[in-house]
Design a protein around this ligand. Structure first.
Ligand SMILES: Nc1ncnc2c1ncn2[C@@H]1O[C@H](COP(=O)(O)OP(=O)(O)OP(=O)(O)O)[C@@H](O)[C@H]1O
Ligand SMILES: [Mg+2]
Length: 491
């Protein structure tokens, strides 16, 4: 609109100029004539009025003529200026659209990268979910029998060391399965409000076991408690992954520093990390004085299976797991490192209010036994034999069945004696839940304990929930099973 006005005034300006020129020209000519008359009278007469009267007529129309001419020129000028303006406007629009497109493309590329990353994790998780059930059964047997061996071997027996090794390897394998399940968020976790300082203090011994003697561990705790909402087992997992990496980055020894701090991020402080949002955080830092990383390595470290280590030394899952855990708990990780200059991993988790802290869930009391009668239903022979042996050793009477039908046959004869049904959830034929429903029709007061190595998603399809008081996840230890059974019987 403004530009159209401008265009109009521009045109009329030239018109007015033409008219003024048209009026001025005869005047100038007359003055010229007067001046000429004084010197060359005859010439003046020849040019103007007397000798050429048509000239007078022309003079009268000159302002109109020049006005029209000026209008045309003005119009053309204004048109050109307008076109120029339009052109500039379009050029600006195009360059704006171009930069918007560029940033959209960058955003898209980043999203695609994130999608690829989470698809990879999902694939690993699916794979793990598929084998976890079998693994958990086998691990229950491995860990359980190692425990039984340890119980039976005398303190001084040299074979205790072997049994110990089996037990430890079983534990490590179990935590590996948990890590793999963590990728698809299928790990059975129990987040609660914990003070990272006390988790750190508890984990110290565990961490000292994984590092060598030439590495010093410094712990710098924040002045005040730092409460985060997370399963403490996951904090351990994260700490072990980071500390083992720090150890591997310091082949000639050095220092690992574990530090906690309370951090408040204002909007202006959030530029350092794309996932940082303003708010209060617990910060847990694991830093080392090791080899550090170059930029290309740093970009890939969270990818599953990315490793710069020997095949026998690294699987490339440590940091991918750590990333998954931190994300699962609404946090983010920042990495600071330069080649040859050590590395620091900073984990930010939303700070929690201590007042919201719930009492610790009751830990099952270790190896207590009883005299009750237990109907034990489990299709996996190693697990069934292990559990029945462990329970008999603790004084229980155990009736064993390998599937629901066998259990019902036993039930027909012994229903009056059975105090507790301990059953696997997913078995060939009727599942554990259906079995318990059938038996409870006759004796609604009978207690039930479900056990399974499947994740929550699959369990919920069978109407069983891993968080429930009547559930124990596999792999379990014999002490864990005995403790849980006592809890269910005494509830
Ligand atoms: N503190 C560190 N200093 C230097 N490089 C590191 C550090 N932490 C991790 N890295 C690099 O990141 C890579 C990936 O680490 P990640 O923990 O995911 O796998 P890994 O340690 O190689 O194998 P895994 O942990 O599964 O045994 C490492 O191979 C190493 O190159
Ligand atoms: Mg690692």
């Amino acid at each position: 609109m403004a530009h159209a006005d401008c265009r109009r005034t521009g045109t009329w300006r030239y018109t007015v100029l033409g008219i003024i020129l048209g009026l001025l020209l005869p005047l100038v000519a007359t003055l010229l004539e007067l001046a000429l008359v004084q010197r060359y009278v005859s010439i003046g007469n020849i040019i103007w009025a007397q000798s050429h009267p048509s000239m007078l007529w022309f003079m009268d129309f000159l302002p109109v003529l020049l006005g029209v001419l000026g209008h045309a020129v003005g119009r053309q000028q204004a048109e050109a200026a307008f076109l120029n303006y339009e052109l500039e406007k379009r050029v600006t629009q195009v360059s704006e659209a171009n930069s918007a497109l560029a940033s959209e493309m960058a955003e898209r590329a980043e999203l695609e990268e994130q999608l690829r990353h989470s698809q990879k994790l999902e694939a690993v998780g699916r794979l793990a979910g598929g084998v976890a059930h079998d693994f958990n059964n086998l691990l229950t047997a491995i860990i359980g029998y190692a425990d039984l061996l340890l119980d039976e071997l005398k303190q001084r027996d040299p074979r205790r060391e072997y049994a110990d090794e089996i037990r430890r390897a079983g534990d490590r394998a179990a935590s590996l399965v948990q890590q793999l399940l963590g990728f698809s968020r299928k790990q059975m976790i129990a987040p609660r409000i914990v003070d990272l300082n006390s988790v750190l203090a508890d984990s110290r011994r565990l961490l000292e076991r994984v590092i060598s003697e030439d590495i010093r561990v410094d712990v710098i705790e924040s002045d005040c408690a730092v409460y985060a909402l997370i399963d403490p087992v996951q904090v351990d997992q994260v700490l072990v992954n980071l500390v083992v990496n720090a150890r591997d980055a310091m082949p000639d020894g050095g220092t690992v520093t574990l530090r906690t701090e309370r951090v408040s991020l204002a909007p202006a402080d959030c530029d350092f990390h794309p996932e940082a949002r303003p708010g209060d955080y617990c910060m847990l830092e694991v830093s080392d004085t090791g080899l550090g990383m170059d930029e290309p390595t740093k970009e890939k470290i969270f990818e599953p299976f990315f490793t710069t280590k020997d095949k026998s030394k690294g699987t490339g899952l440590g940091l991918a797991t750590t990333y998954g855990i931190v994300k699962q708990n609404d946090g983010f990780i920042d990495v600071l490192s330069h080649l040859g200059d050590g590395a620091a991993f900073r984990i930010y988790l939303p700070l929690q209010n201590a007042a919201a802290q719930k009492a610790d869930p009751e830990t099952p009391c270790a190896a207590e036994g009883g005299r009750e009668c237990i109907l034990l239903v489990e299709d996996e022979t190693v697990v069934r034999s292990l559990a029945s042996k462990a329970l008999r050793d603790r004084g229980y009477e155990v009736l064993e069945a390998e599937h629901a039908d066998a259990a019902e046959r036993i039930w027909t004869e012994r229903k009056a004696d059975v105090d507790l049904l301990v059953t696997d959830v997913i078995m060939p034929g009727p599942d554990g839940k259906q079995l318990s429903d059938t038996l409870r029709e006759e004796r609604p007061e009978m207690r039930v304990l479900f056990m399974s190595g499947y994740d929550d998603e699959i369990l919920s399809r069978h109407d069983v929930y891993e968080g429930g008081p009547d559930f124990i996840p596999k792999p379990f230890t014999v002490d864990g099973l005995a403790g849980k059974i006592r809890q269910v019987l005494d509830a």
